[in-house]
Design a protein around this ligand. Structure first.
Ligand code: ADP
Ligand code: MG
Length: 684
């Protein structure tokens, strides 16, 4: 590929006219480099190609007019106590008024001198008998003939605080003048040809400097797609290069078929599904290699991901490595500890559960981990971030998290060799989005449920027939099963009139006398939460009144009913997760959504989708459609980058193409090229 100019990655500071103030404003808008500037596309275009005469101007429409100033004067609207400025302009066909509701600056007054010929544009309306334009744009012409040279299609950019439209346009022309030859796609030429791509430079030019004669055909869909493709291509290139970097690290090969693994598999009380077997196969194969595994295990709620992780952990222990198993919440970490304990206890594999506030005990455990006396450590994400030192960390398992950040991976590296990483996520993610979020991971998908699972019966109730829902609850409890009932709030709030878990726990005791009712919410102390969860697991609680703390991961196979109150307030993916707390055994299960009869259209669509669909991937598509990807995953933790021109939801197909082309590019590029590109993309 040879010498590539780095100009597109240069700071906008290099442009003439960009001082500290403009620089700050641009930065606030995320525009740092020349390249960013080119990707900052106009919102719309103002068509100033057609100049009309005053008698052709229509009230309520935009007009571009060439006219002579007949008079101009300051006016004072007594009633409005406002100073204003007016000018009357005329051409052969009539006259009209221009108005400014402020004291015009001197240059403007200068323009409005009698006899001047002006190019005027703006929205026309009527005031009394005369047409008028309030706050028009005016340009001084030397004579009527000059208007010809001003006929143009003008791009209008999204607003940037502190920068005028004209300035944005000037910056872009300067950037294009100085850098045009560097406005070059990073996609290797031969791939551009093979995929029939139009010129990136032409696409850029068409948007920022529309061709007056061919505007309609050049600011086109094809060019827009080309820009989006370039943006997505750069993104996918980054992902693939990162993936490649991880693979270059020295891994920790784990041989297969070890002793513990054999015993564990034989002792399983159920038969693994084909989908589970396939995923495990992929994981073990990765782990046997000399490159660190970097894999995502995806599957709908309840499909049985945990056992795959347990088998992976066992495999690492078989090879003498330590395992860190992390969960997003303490409740879930505790549950994993119990599960893993059940599997590993008989094998004599030493386990430790690490949580906050352990006091002296914690020190002791840390000592054992460092000495290598503990093989599997379970805890929250704090596990690999703090003072924990491993002796031979070989595998990190991350449950229920969308992203395992680059930062965290760097931390791992400091702990010795690069351990294998297995990330598990139950949030089914549409394929296009998964390419964005997990583009740097290999993905295994469990696409089937264990045998005997039945579809969870889902029904919407209004507040008025809550008694019916309670009736169903009684029936389930009578069968010896357990149930969840979920509320949006922990306690009463003055701000929202919603039911809360604490209050309802008391109330429900009077509705269901004789039943053992427990309470669980996020504001309880960790050990209290643990106590309640264990009691529920041991069937000492019939009905668990809770908040969304149980949203992910919790596995109580004997629970067959979940009632979600104020269901209209929850997002679709969240409802699906909550529903996934039941239906985790062969017993038929139910999910009752109690919602106010007054619901927004969106809420009604969500609830309907829940009734109709059980498939998490379809629900995720629907959710993305209703809310957009960022919100669907929770904006803060979503990890979705802000694309400038592309939109993950709208342009999924382009993302898939970009991925493919980026793959091919990585095959073509030599090591030198890749290093150069890493520089260009700030990857060093
Ligand atoms: P998730 O994928 O949501 O994390 P879990 O791993 O918690 O699901 O599994 C859900 C339940 O299904 C657990 O109780 C687990 O023991 C059980 N399970 C897992 N695999 C199988 C299987 N092949 N057959 C029967 N039950 C299974
Ligand atoms: Mg799970």
């Amino acid at each position: 590929m040879g010498k590539r100019n780095k100009s597109l990655n240069e700071s906008v500071e290099c442009l003439k006219g960009v001082g500290p103030k403009i620089l700050a404003s641009l930065e606030k808008r995320g525009i740092r480099t020349i390249g960013d500037l080119f990707f900052f596309l106009p919102l719309r275009y103002e068509d100033k190609r057609r100049i009309c005469r005053i008698d052709e101007a229509r009230e309520g429409e935009k007009a571009v007019i060439v006219a002579k100033v007949a008079s101009s004067r300051p006016v004072f609207y007594r009633n409005a106590r406002k100073k204003a400025y007016e000018a009357i302009v005329e051409d052969d066909t009539g006259s009209m008024t221009l108005k400014w509701f402020y004291w015009p600056p001197r240059y403007l007054k200068g323009l409005l001198r009698k006899g001047n010929v002006l190019l005027i544009s703006g929205d026309t309306d009527r005031f009394g008998d005369l047409l008028q334009i309030v706050h028009p744009e005016v340009t001084l012409l030397s004579d009527e003939g000059e208007a010809e040279t001003h006929k143009a299609v003008i791009p209008v950019y999204p607003e940037i605080e502190g920068i005028k439209q004209g300035t944005i346009r000037n910056l872009l022309s300067r950037a294009f003048q100085d850098y045009e030859h560097h406005v070059e796609s990073l996609i290797p030429e031969e791939l551009g040809g093979r995929h029939g791509l139009v010129s990136f430079r032409n696409a850029c030019r068409a948007f920022h400097f529309p061709d007056n004669d061919a505007f309609e055909t050049t600011v086109s869909h094809e060019y827009l797609e080309r820009l989006i493709l370039e943006e997505f291509f750069l993104f996918q290139t980054v992902m693939l290069i990162k993936r490649r970097e991880i693979r270059k690290e020295q891994g920790m090969p784990c041989r297969r078929g070890g002793l513990f693994s054999g015993v564990l598999r034989k002792g399983l009380s159920f038969k693994l599904t084909g989908a589970q077997e396939k995923a495990i196969e992929e994981i073990l194969k990765d782990m046997a290699g000399h490159e660190p595994m970097n894999r995502l295990l995806q599957g709908d709620v309840g499909c049985g991901k945990t056992i795959c992780a347990v088998l992976a952990a066992c495999n690492a222990v078989d090879s003498g490595y330590q395992v860190a198993f992390m969960a997003p919440t303490e409740i879930l970490a505790e549950q994993h500890f119990l599960t893993v304990h059940r599997f590993f206890e008989g094998l004599g594999i030493s386990l430790a559960y690490l949580r906050g506030n352990m006091g002296k005990e914690r020190r002791e455990i840390l000592g054992n981990i460092e000495a290598g006396k503990v093989s599997v450590v379970i805890g929250t994400h704090a596990l690999i971030q703090k003072d924990v030192v491993f002796r031979r960390l070989g595998l990190v398992i991350v449950d229920e998290q969308h992203r395992f950040g680059v930062m965290e991976r760097k931390r791992l590296k400091h702990k010795g060799n690069m351990p294998h990483v297995l990330v598990m996520s139950a949030t089914p993610i549409p394929r296009t989005l998964s390419l964005v979020l997990y583009g740097d991971l290999d993905v295994s998908i469990i696409n089937a449920m264990p045998e005997g699972r039945q579809k969870i019966f889902t029904k919407i109730f209004t507040d008025d027939d809550k008694a019916k829902a309670y009736g169903i609850l009684e029936e389930e409890l009578d069968k010896g099963h357990q149930a969840f009932i979920v509320y949006p709030l922990v306690e009463e709030s003055d701000k929202m009139e919603l039911l809360n878990a604490r209050g309802m726990a008391v109330h429900l005791k009077s509705v269901f006398p004789g039943r053992r009712i427990g309470l669980l919410h996020g504001r309880m102390r960790a050990d209290e939460k643990e106590r309640v969860m264990s009691a529920f697991k041991e069937r000492k609680i019939d009905l668990l009144v809770c908040t969304t703390v149980i949203e992910v991961g919790i596995d109580i196979p004997n629970a067959t009913l979940i009632i979600i109150e104020h269901a209209e307030r929850f997002g679709l993916s969240q409802l699906h997760q909550l529903r996934g707390r039941v239906g985790r055994s062969i017993y038929p299960s139910k999910c009752l959504l109690v919602a106010s009869a007054k619901r927004t259209d969106q809420a009604a669509r969500r609830l309907k989708a829940m009734e109709k669909t059980a498939d998490g991937f379809m629900i995720a598509e629907k959710d993305m459609e209703i809310r957009g990807p960022g919100e669907m995953l929770g904006v803060r933790q979503s990890g979705i980058p802000d694309f400038r021109v592309g939109d993950v939801r709208r342009d999924g197909e382009i993302m898939i193409r970009a991925r493919k082309i980026a793959r091919e590019a990585l095959d073509i590029w030599q090591e030198d090229d890749i290093n150069e590109i890493k520089g260009l993309l700030n990857l060093n």
